[in-house]
Design a protein around this ligand. Structure first.
Ligand code: 6R9
Length: 676
């Protein structure tokens, strides 16, 4: 197994020992340190937690909550994450330090960005206080109220998140690339009374009219009483509903510049936000995060994984609409008082060197990016990178999906010129922050291209079989977390309004062992490093975005022509995985190229362009087991042109003969033209 990962040979004979000036330790030394943190588990996490500022100290480190498998971290402690992000820095000597360097997408002819906004910690602090004052006085928002934030990558997005946190108002951020349907589902599940959005934004040189999309969602969201609209583009023809919709700048006109809004003292476990993520059913899951445990994990990982220091310029290429942006563009780096680069637009606009020009322009020292972006930019050649000074870079990490060795090598050799450790940080929406990663800020164990590295201190991760028993190194199994961790789905219910589903999805897949089931396949190698291979459930990672196949199937069958649908992920050299659909048609509909295009458009309208299937194959029937389960492995085998014999993990219920017959029939059918 050590020789290949994802079908590619490892490019290095050996592990890479010691990169840059980071403290190097060998594997054994790292795991000694790791073992000690587990032996004194509570003491260890308590000592990290005490590095933060609590309004009132916590009484317990971790204890069971009111529902099975919900744990409470740092109970009794009073804290507020917006206080940690702002007040603590303003008072602690970082008042005039730049918090955000924001760059808008549009550029002048010479490629120079037209808009750059720099916000110091004091600027951000004052703005957050002013907006909090306005929301409290004009909209009566109080602790426990719920708001939805549907904003593009503009400074107002972190500002509103911090405002909500300050007031103890529970927020959900909805990715600005999502459709009206996706927005409405989230607003309704949370019962949000206020929506914050913008007139629009720039994306790859085009204008996206966001308020128009929000308006369509608002037709089916009865709980929303008011809408605040940020003027990003200055569009003249925005539909504003009297008594419901308000321009943000007009609301702010009368607010004095020096108001102060006391941060709500939050019990450590009280909810900060709910972020919706895809699972294996049609309904997205509202994962809850708290103030205390979440802040502790972010603080720890910013130090260990990113080695964050006061003179760093930190740039994360993700979108705040996903968990990576919540944790590592907003709360994590702000708690540490870092200078954060935030970019509005597409990474290849106006040319494939936008990311590298940003690195050069601001002297970025830490880059946090994704394999999809790397693979996309790699294709344009090294010249685009090399024309920009990258000598400030000292550390590079990746997230979102496994990093293939070619992409790893490109980051290490070309981008970082062998000066920067390159890591692949494993975590998920549910974990709140990074759990498995190299930790250059603590001790850098040897690097291996493609691996996630060892579990972080205080994190008990392992690879097990379906009974929950550990398996030998080098064999594929399920990645589980064996003890609770700060930042885990938070009390009281883990999943918003649905503690039962939380229990089922994460804790009962492997019954009775108290293991958190991540849904990922992984291998633990002889060194104890974890290699996450991909999802073991019916969830796709398309360009790093998590999409449930079931969500797409539900959308397809809601089209009048479709009787049944099956969506699977097909390997893609750039996006990692792309959705491909197999559908059977209803009586009276015929297989045409036009219908295929119509179905793709249907998915685009209902879910967003990230989820559009690359192909829609029309078939006369879907291969299913006797119990009616779609044989996805078989569909994937057909797509990848692999004989059925190669399929080692065909669903258990599928009789081999039955599967073989279905495979042959379907391959034959697809070889002939699907359109007649
Ligand atoms: C942060 C984020 C979570 C899923 C996770 C896994 C995959 C994330 C990874 C990785 C291999 C890495 N994943 N990081 N796989 N190596 N470094 O991506 O959260 O959107 O919830 O997705 O992403 O499959 O289960 P989220």
């Amino acid at each position: 197994m050590e020789a290949t990962i994802l079908g590619e040979p490892l490019p290095y004979e050996d592990r890479i020992r010691g990169v840059g000036s980071f403290k190097y330790v060998d594997v054994e030394e790292y795991f000694n340190l790791h073992r000690k943190t587990l032996e004194d588990f509570e003491g260890f996490w308590a000592s990290i937690a005490r590095e933060l500022e609590w309004f009132k100290p916590f009484e317990r480190v971790v204890e069971p909550g009111d529902h099975p498998y919900v744990y409470k971290w740092f109970s009794g402690g009073l804290i507020n994450i917006s206080y940690l992000a702002l007040d603590r820095n303003v008072r602690g000597g970082r008042k005039n330090k730049v918090a955000y360097i924001w760059e808008g997408e549009p550029v002048d002819e010479g490629g120079v960005p037209r808009e750059v906004r720099k916000l110091t910690y004091y600027d951000l602090y004052r703005e957050v206080n002013r907006v909090a004052y306005m929301l409290r006085n004009s909209f009566g928002l109080r602790k426990g109220d719920r708001v939805a934030i549907y904003l593009p990558m503009i400074p107002e997005l972190p500002i509103f998140m911090l405002v909500a946190a300050r007031l103890g108002v529970i927020f959900t951020v909805v990715f600005a690339g999502f459709t009206a349907e996706n927005l409405a589902v989230r607003i309704n599940d949370l019962g949000a009374t206020l929506l914050i959005t913008a007139d629009g934004f720039y994306r790859r040189g085009r204008i996206i009219r966001l308020k128009d999309v929000a308006d369509r969602a608002l037709e089916t969201t009865p709980t929303v009483k008011s809408v605040i609209v940020v003027r990003r583009l200055g569009l003249k023809d925005v539909n504003m509903v009297e008594g419901r919709d308000y321009w943000f700048d007009e609301l702010m006109k009368g607010v004095p510049s020096n108001v102060y809004v006391e941060p709500e003292p939050m019990e450590s476990n009280e909810t900060l936000y709910v972020l919706y993520t895809s699972g294996t059913t049609g309904r997205p899951k509202g994962i809850m995060h708290d103030h205390g445990g979440y802040a502790v994990l972010l603080h720890a990982t910013m130090k260990w994984v990113f080695d964050i220091r006061d003179d760093d310029v930190y740039y994360c290429t993700a979108d705040i609409g996903w968990v990576t942006g919540h944790s590592y563009i907003v709360f994590g780096p702000l708690i540490e008082g870092a200078t954060i680069v935030m970019y509005e637009g597409a990474p290849d606009y106006p040319a494939p060197d936008r990311v590298w020009s940003i690195v050069e322009r601001y002297g970025v020292t830490i880059l946090y990016t994704t394999p999809i972006l790397v693979r996309m930019l790699m294709r344009f050649g090294d010249g685009w990178v090399k024309r920009h000074d990258r000598s400030t870079l000292r550390l590079i990490h990746s997230v979102g999906e496994p990093i293939n060795p070619a992409a790893w090598r490109w980051l290490y050799e070309v981008v970082g010129e062998r000066r920067c450790p390159v890591g692949s940080t494993w975590w998920m929406t549910e974990t709140g922050g990074i759990l498995i990663s190299h930790a250059p800020g603590l001790a850098l164990a040897p690097l291996k291209p493609g691996t996630n590295g060892p579990p972080l201190p205080g994190v008990d991760a392992d690879v097990v079989d379906e009974e929950g028993e550990p398996i030998e190194p080098g064999r594929k199994g399920f990645l589980v977390i064996k003890r609770p961790w700060p930042g885990m789905p938070a009390a009281p219910t883990g999943m918003w309004g649905d503690p039962g589903r939380y229990r089922q999805v994460y804790w009962e897949k492997i019954p009775g062992k108290g293991l958190f089931f991540t849904g990922d396949w992984a291998i633990k190698d002889a060194d104890g490093y974890i290699w996450v291979l991909g999802r073991a459930d019916e969830v796709l990672k398309v360009a790093g975005h998590r999409i449930g196949t079931y969500e797409l199937e539900s959308i397809l069958v809601s089209h009048k022509a479709v009787a049944e649908a099956a969506v699977v992920g097909a390997p893609d050299p750039v996006k990692g995985e792309v959705p491909v659909a197999f559908v059977t048609l209803r009586e009276g509909f015929t297989r045409t190229k036009e219908l295929e295009e119509e179905l793709k458009q249907w998915v685009r309208d209902k879910y967003g362009s990230i989820a559009v299937p690359t192909h829609v194959f029309f078939v006369s029937k879907l291969p299913k087991t006797r119990s009616g389960k779609i044989m996805r492995r078989l569909l994937i085998a057909i797509l990848t042109n692999k004989p059925l014999g190669d399929i080692t993990t065909l669903e258990d219920e599928a009789a081999v003969e039955e599967a073989r017959k279905a495979y042959e029939e379907l391959s034959r059918e697809l070889k002939e033209v699907t359109y007649r």
